[in-house]
Design a protein around this ligand. Structure first.
Ligand code: C2E
Ligand code: CA
Ligand code: CA
Length: 596
C-alpha cells in the first residue's frame, strides 16, 4: 500500500504538513478491489494527490508523467468518465509513443464534491490492460468511493483548522488568518495571547487529573475569552494551555481597561468538572507588521509577553523587546552551560586562600567556579550559578565541582601541601544523597573527608530546618566541615542557629567592607563574632579588601580572613607559588599598605 501527497510538480511533501487524508486507505482499497485495478488515485483541485497501489498486484502502475497530468486535467473538469480502452487516448500517451507501448489501458474517474457541492477533485482508477466495458456495479463502487473520499477531505479540512478538544481553530489556522489579514507590506495587526497558567502548574494539573480535565479547563478558559471578544475578533487555541486572539481593528491598540477586564475575568475561580481552580493567567499584547511574517515569529513573541505577565500585578503586558532578548540570551546561556558541563572544557575552578588571622597561615582554599565562554568571555558565577539553579543543572555543576576540586586537592596533598578545600554547595544539593556523592568523589580521588568543608548560604541552611539539620549532621559525623556562608544578610533566628550542626560561620562581605568606617557595622559584627564563638563556630571574615579593614578585623577576635587584600581567587597553577610566598611572609601588615 502506498499513500502519498503531491503538490503540483514538487516532491511528495505538501505545504504546511496537512493531515493525511482520513480514511483514504480504506476507501481506495475498496475501490481497487471492486474494480480489480492496480492503481487508485485522488487528485484535488488544490494540487495535492493521494494514491494507493494494492500490494502484490501483478501489474503495478505508478502515478507519474502523462497519467498525473491527465488526472489533474480531469480533476479540474469535474465530470465522471470511463475509458474502457485508453490505449489510443493521446492524453495518456507521451508525445511520439507508439500506442502498442501505451502504459495505460483502462481509465475511469468520478468527481469528488464537498458537502456544499463545491468541486474538490476526482477519484481515479487505472489499469495497464483495456476492458470491454465498465459494469454498473463497478461504476456505483467508484461513485461511492468518491463520495467517501469527499467526506475524508471535509474532515481533513476541518482538522487542518480546528483543535478537536476545544473546537477552536488552532495554530495553522491562526497563521493562515494572520497572513490573510496582512496582505500588504504596510499592514499591521494586534495580537493578544493568553497563557492560562504557569506551564509547570498546568502540567502538574494534567498529571494529577488527566487530559479530560485539562481539555475541560481550556474550554472553560476559552469560553471566558470568547465572552470578552467583540465581533470580528477571532480566538485560536495555539498551544496546550495557550490561546490567542487576532483583534479586528488593525490600527488601534486595545485600551488598558479592556486588558484589565480580560485578566479580571480569567482570575476568577473556575470550576473544572467539579474541581475548583484559580488560574494565574498571563496576557500578552503585540503589534505585528506584515514584514515580520517572513522569518519572524509573532506567536513566540506575544507568548513571551504573556509569560512575563504571569508574575506581574496587572497580569498583562505589552511585548518588550529588551526583556525578550534577555530571556532568550538566558535560555541560550543555559543550554550552553549544559553543554559546557558535559564537555568539561570551558569550566574551571579558581581557589581563594583563607588565612588564619593569628599567624597568617593559609588554612583552606575556597573553590570558586569560572566559566570561560567561547564568545562572551568570562561569565561570572553570580550569573551562571542562579541560571543553573533555575534550569535544574545544579547537581551536574556540583558534581563537576566535587570531581574537579577533589582531583586538584589530591594533587596538592600528593605534592606535600598541607591544605583543606572548601566547596560551595547550593540548596538544590542539600538532600540525603549529598553525603554519598561526596563520599564517592572523595574515594575516587583518595582524599580524606576531613580535608573538606562545604559552604551553604545562610538562607539554605535555615530553610527546611529538620531535614536540613539531619543531612548536615550526617556530613559532620563523617568528618566534613560545614560553613554557613554569607552570614548576616539573612534572617537566622538564634535558636535555629544554635541547633545548626555547622563548624564555621562566614560573615558576609557586605558587613565586613565597612568595618573600618562604620562604628555601627563594627558593633554588629563584633557581637556576631562573640555569639558565633559561644555557639562553637569558627568565624571567617569575607571580603577583606583593604589593610584598614584587616586592622579593624584584628580587633575582633575572629579566626580567619579572606578577601582581595590577602589574595584574589587564583588559577590552580598559581596556588603552590602563592602558598610558598605566604609561608615566608604570612599576612600583609597594616603598615605594608597605606590606608585606603
Ligand atoms: P561566595 O561563596 O560568597 O564567594 C566569594 C565571592 O566573593 C567570590 O566571587 C570571590 O571572588 C569574591 N571575593 C572574594 N574576596 C573578595 C573581596 O575582597 N572583595 C570582593 N568585592 N569580592 C571578593 P565569585 O567567584 O564571583 O563567586 C560569587 C558567588 O558565586 C560565590 O559567592 C558563590 O555563592 C557562588 N559560587 C561560586 N562558585 C560556586 C560553585 O562552585 N558552586 C556554587 N554552588 N556556587 C558557587
Ligand atoms: Ca562561599
Ligand atoms: Ca560568601
Amino acid at each position: 500500500m502506498t499513500q502519498g501527497s503531491l503538490a503540483d510538480s514538487r516532491p511528495i511533501v505538501a505545504a504546511d504538513e496537512p493531515h493525511a487524508l482520513p480514511g483514504f486507505d480504506a476507501v481506495a482499497r475498496l475501490a481497487a478491489n471492486a474494480l480489480a485495478v492496480p492503481l487508485v488515485a485522488l487528485l484535488l483541485v488544490d494540487g495535492s494527490a493521494f494514491w494507493y497501489t494494492p500490494p502484490g498486484h501483478a501489474d503495478s502502475l505508478r502515478l507519474d508523467g502523462a497519467l498525473l497530468a491527465a488526472c489533474r486535467q480531469a480533476a479540474r473538469r469535474g465530470v465522471a468518465e470511463a475509458v474502457p480502452d485508453a490505449r489510443n487516448d493521446t492524453r495518456f500517451l507521451p508525445a511520439g509513443t507508439d500506442p502498442a507501448h501505451a502504459a495505460i489501458g483502462f481509465f475511469a474517474c468520478e468527481p469528488v464534491f464537498a458537502l456544499n457541492g463545491q468541486l474538490l477533485g476526482a477519484l481515479f482508477a487505472a489499469d495497464r490492460h483495456p476492458r470491454l466495458t465498465l459494469s454498473a456495479g463497478e461504476r456505483a463502487a467508484l461513485r461511492d468511493a468518491a463520495a467517501l473520499a469527499g467526506a475524508g477531505v471535509a474532515l481533513r479540512n476541518y482538522l487542518d483548522r480546528t483543535d478537536p478538544a476545544t473546537g477552536l481553530p488552532h495554530r495553522n489556522a491562526f497563521f493562515a488568518d494572520l497572513r490573510a489579514q496582512l496582505p500588504g507590506d504596510d499592514d499591521t495587526a494586534w495580537l493578544v495571547a493568553i497563557e492560562a497558567a504557569p506551564v509547570a502548574r498546568f502540567h502538574a494539573f494534567v498529571r494529577a487529573m488527566g487530559h479530560v480535565y485539562a481539555d475541560a479547563l481550556m474550554r472553560a478558559v476559552a469560553a471566558r475569552v470568547q465572552a470578552w471578544t467583540s465581533p470580528g475578533m477571532q480566538l485560536y487555541q495555539v498551544g496546550t494551555s495557550r490561546l490567542a486572539v487576532l483583534l479586528s481593528d488593525p490600527r488601534d491598540e486595545p485600551p488598558p481597561a479592556r486588558l484589565d477586564a480580560l485578566v479580571a475575568r480569567l482570575r476568577e475561580p473556575i470550576d473544572c468538572l467539579g474541581v475548583p481552580l484559580t488560574l494565574q493567567p498571563g496576557v500578552g499584547l503585540l503589534r505585528v507588521e506584515a514584514g515580520e511574517l517572513r522569518g519572524g515569529d509573532p506567536l513566540r513573541r506575544v507568548m513571551s509577553a504573556s509569560h512575563a505577565a504571569q508574575d506581574s500585578v496587572p497580569g498583562w503586558a505589552r511585548y518588550d523587546h529588551a526583556q525578550d532578548e534577555r530571556q532568550r540570551q538566558e535560555f541560550l546561556l543555559v543550554t550552553e552551560l549544559a553543554a559546557a558541563l558535559s564537555e568539561r572544557t570551558e569550566l574551571e575552578l579558581h581557589y581563594q586562600p583563607r588565612v588564619e588571622l593569628a599567624n597568617g597561615r593559609c588554612v583552606a582554599l575556597e573553590a570558586l567556579a569560572r566559566w570561560r565562554h567561547p564568545t562572551l568571555g568570562a561569565v561570572p558565577p553570580g550569573v551562571f550559578v542562579p541560571l543553573a539553579e533555575q534550569a535544574g543543572l545544579m547537581r551536574a555543576l556540583t558534581d563537576w565541582v566535587l570531581d574537579h576540586g577533589l582531583a586538584q586537592l589530591a594533587a596538592w596533598l600528593h605534592a606535600g601541601l598541607d591544605v583543606q578545600l572548601s566547596l560551595n554547595v547550593s540548596s538544590a544539593d542539600l538532600d540525603a544523597t549529598l553525603q554519598t556523592r561526596l563520599a564517592t568523589a572523595a574515594q575516587r580521588h583518595a582524599v580524606p573527608l576531613t580535608r573538606l568543608e562545604l559552604e551553604f548560604t545562610e538562607s539554605t541552611t535555615m530553610r527546611h530546618s529538620d531535614a536540613t539539620r539531619r543531612h548536615l549532621a550526617a556530613l559532620r559525623e563523617a568528618g566534613v566541615g560545614i560553613a554557613i556562608d554569607d552570614f548576616g544578610i539573612g534572617y537566622s533566628n538564634l535558636d535555629a542557629l544554635r541547633q545548626m550542626p555547622a563548624s564555621c560561620l562566614k560573615i558576609d562581605q557586605s558587613l565586613v567592607r565597612g568595618l573600618d568606617a562604620s562604628r555601627h557595622d563594627a558593633a554588629v559584627v563584633r557581637s556576631m563574632v562573640v555569639l558565633a564563638h559561644e555557639l562553637g563556630f569558627r568565624v571567617v571574615m569575607e571580603g577583606v579588601e583593604t589593610g584598614r579593614v584587616l586592622a579593624a578585623v584584628r580587633d575582633m577576635d575572629c579566626d580567619e580572613v579572606q578577601g582581595f587584600h590577602i589574595a584574589r581567587p587564583l588559577p590552580a597553577a598559581d596556588v603552590a607559588d602563592w602558598l610558598r610566598s605566604n609561608r615566608s611572609a604570612p599576612l600583609p601588615r597594616p603598615a605594608d599598605h597605606p590606608p585606603g
